[in-house]
Design a protein around this ligand. Structure first.
Ligand code: F0G
Length: 459
């Protein structure tokens, strides 16, 4: 397909899932009933669902066929061995421990490795990762480079770890306090930005010098490797699978959510070299997830993941995947709507605070934009801002660093015309931005309020 302007979806559609088209009046009614919280909507009332890219992708015909091969034996299922071989084909780690999703792998890993007084550095912890580190009494520190925290700063690898700060943390605290270093690829909480291979090698070198193991939060490893293939001059032309294998050789372990780059609807794993940690992890696994050859999954899920892992590193898939995210980002930026730049791998982030300068952060500009997108066109995104991060454990409230709305793109699920429709909806919302007021919270839990708070629009 070299030389063509249009990058076509590298698949055709065999089975369709009808969308229920709603009217604005219906959506107004649904939104009111949901307390203006998009998590409370029934997904059938959403037309284009960009809430998350996690577990929402379409499986291939080969994956559906693999489900039939699934063997549901409690112990020693061939599905497990196919899954294990597929993981090891990409990541040469000794122990592969399946879990029902990524956060279960995190909970087990940090239960084994962290604890009170420990410190875990990461480029940026995803919320569940941070919560699982902190739940053990350890401290989670984010050491992404400065550019990674500025929405409009241009840098090809905004997810990179700040090596000087990592060196300082390890020199100050040492291996007694730092049980492991983690690198999240791509950096989801920082806009889906990639980490370069050079940076990962740098992290490895520092970890070696301090004798501290290095782990990947590998959820979007293939998207990250594609960015390396495209943007890192020394790696140009290198097959993505080869880049992934090097990423795997650079680390001592990984946690993974197969709901992202496993191209599956459920699943995850913890993989690691250390025998003692692996033994403890399997003991916890049996208590919480299941026997080590299924780990909370059906055999058929393990087969779907095994097949997904062969598809996700294909260049035709990744070119389409990353290009289609950029397509949405470029079209929105062209409207003059501010977004986090450059566009990351799995999502476009609207800068709601910049779109609504007249709405103060404590009137939740991100929530105002997210609800307006739903009302206007049935598009569901996710507020990542003051609603999500503004409430402190002591009950006090302050603005988050940014007020963003994430439009996350499920894998192989929507076509270009769905995306063109989303652009039109964003255009309409932006045109009416000066009319948008913020919201106030009328009911909220003590923590993780974004999932269940109820709002009322300010008049
Ligand atoms: N790490 C990262 C970087 C993630 O993005 C996620 C999930 C997890 C870990 C946890 O994996 O959901 O399988 O337990 N991210 C989803 C999202 C929920 O919408 O970004 P999980």
């Amino acid at each position: 397909m070299q030389g063509f302007r249009t990058i076509i979806e590298p698949f055709r559609i065999k089975s369709v899932e009808p969308l229920r088209l709603t009217t604005k009046e219906e959506r107004e009614e649904r939104l009111r009933a949901a307390g203006y919280n998009l998590f409370a909507l029934h997904s059938e009332d959403v037309m284009v669902d960009l809430l998350t890219d996690s577990g929402t992708g379409a499986m291939s015909a080969a994956q559906w066929a693999a489900l039939q091969r699934g063997d549901e034996s409690y112990a020693g299922s061939p599905s497990f061995y196919r899954f294990e071989a597929a993981v090891k084909e990409l990541f040469e780690l000794k122990h592969v421990i399946p879990t029902h999703q990524g956060r279960a792998a995190e909970k087990i890993l940090f239960g084994v490795a962290a604890g009170p007084g420990k410190i875990v550095p990461n480029n940026t912890h995803f919320d569940t990762t941070r919560a699982n580190v902190e739940a053990t009494g350890a401290k989670a520190v984010d050491l992404v480079i400065a550019e990674g925290k500025q929405p409009s700063a241009r840098h090809p690898f905004k997810g990179n770890m700040d090596l000087a700060r990592l060196e300082r943390v390890l020199s100050d605290e040492g291996r007694e306090r730092v049980p492991l270093v983690m690198v999240t690829v791509t950096n989801n909480s920082g806009g889906g930005q990639p980490v370069s291979l050079e940076n990962l090698r740098g992290v490895r070198e520092i970890c070696d010098r301090h004798d501290v193991p290095l782990f990947l939060d590998a959820c979007r490893f293939a998207e990250n490797a594609w960015f390396i293939h495209e943007r890192e001059p020394a790696e140009a032309g290198r097959p993505v699978k080869d880049i992934v294998r090097e990423m795997g050789r650079l680390v001592d372990g990984m946690t993974m959510s197969a709901k992202k780059d496993g191209l599956a609807n459920i699943g995850g794993w913890l993989a690691l070299d250390d025998d003692a940690w692996a033994e403890r992890a399997r003991n916890v696994l049996i208590l919480t997830e299941g026997f080590p050859t299924y780990g909370g999954l059906a055999g058929r899920d393990l087969d779907a993941i095994a097949q997904g892992l062969t598809e996700v590193v294909r260049h035709d898939y990744l070119r389409y995947r990353i290009r289609s995210t950029q397509y949405l980002g470029e079209a929105i930026a062209k409207l003059g709507v501010p977004i986090v730049e450059p566009v990351g791998g799995h999502a476009v982030y609207l800068d709601a605070r910049a779109m609504l300068p007249h709405v103060p952060p404590l009137a939740y500009p991100g929530q105002a934009i997210a609800t307006a997108l739903y009302l206007e066109g049935g598009v569901r995104g996710c507020e990542i801002g003051t609603v999500m991060f503004g409430l402190a454990p002591d009950g006090s409230e302050s603005p988050a660093a940014m007020d963003l709305v994430r439009l996350a793109i499920p894998r192989r699920t929507y076509t270009q015309s769905h995306i063109d429709f989303v652009v039109e909806v964003v255009e309409r919302v932006a045109a009416g931005a000066s009319e948008l007021r913020g919201l106030r919270i009328v009911e909220q839990p003590a923590a993780l309020r974004h999932f269940s708070a109820k709002f009322e629009p300010l008049s």
